[in-house]
Design a protein around this ligand. Structure first.
Ligand code: HEC
Length: 129
């Protein structure tokens, strides 16, 4: 009986650890962005934060003007994931090309709903920063 209880305890701990390794998203997204959200949180969120909002690490959040398509293209996202950089290890072995596409799709959607994009058909926005 004792051994059985120890096993249960171990299983609980393992489940807890497995869960805390992959941060959970806090936002509900439409079904077509769910797989990208899942991949992002499996592979990137440990460094880039839950919901891509960044963390207290050197990895930037992506819900930021700096990473809107005008400033940071899909191709640049792809390159960064594949090549990595001095401070970011390459993620080539962690995600496939189709998964990267889904991740970028999810990030673009998250940027859009965050309202960072200034509508240029509204002339009143011209003077605002
Ligand atoms: C081990 C931690 C870690 C993981 C995992 C990680 N990154 Fe990064 N990432 C970083 C750090 C640190 C930087 C800042 C790099 C620098 O300044 O050179 C960064 C930078 C970036 C940049 C910005 C590059 C720039 O020029 O501004 C992008 C885009 C990026 N990561 C995308 C991703 C994506 C998408 C994933 C998941 C597929 C991912 N990263 C996974 C740590 C990580």
């Amino acid at each position: 009986m004792k051994r059985y209880q120890v096993l249960i305890m171990l299983l609980t701990i393992i489940l807890f650890l497995a869960n805390s390794c992959a941060p959970k998203p806090t936002k509900k997204v439409p079904i077509e962005f769910e797989s990208g959200q899942k991949y992002f949180h499996r592979v990137c969120a440990n460094c880039h934060g839950v919901d891509a909002l960044g963390k207290n690490t050197r990895a930037p959040g992506f819900i930021d003007l700096e990473y809107l398509p005008e400033n940071f293209s899909d191709e640049e996202f792809y390159q960064q994931i594949i090549e990595g950089s001095k401070k970011m290890p390459s993620q080539r072995n962690k995600v496939s090309d189709p998964e990267i596409k889904e991740i970028i799709k999810y990030l673009r959607y998250s940027q859009k709903i965050a309202d960072l994009i200034v509508e240029d058909d509204d002339p009143d926005n011209e003077d605002e920063e």
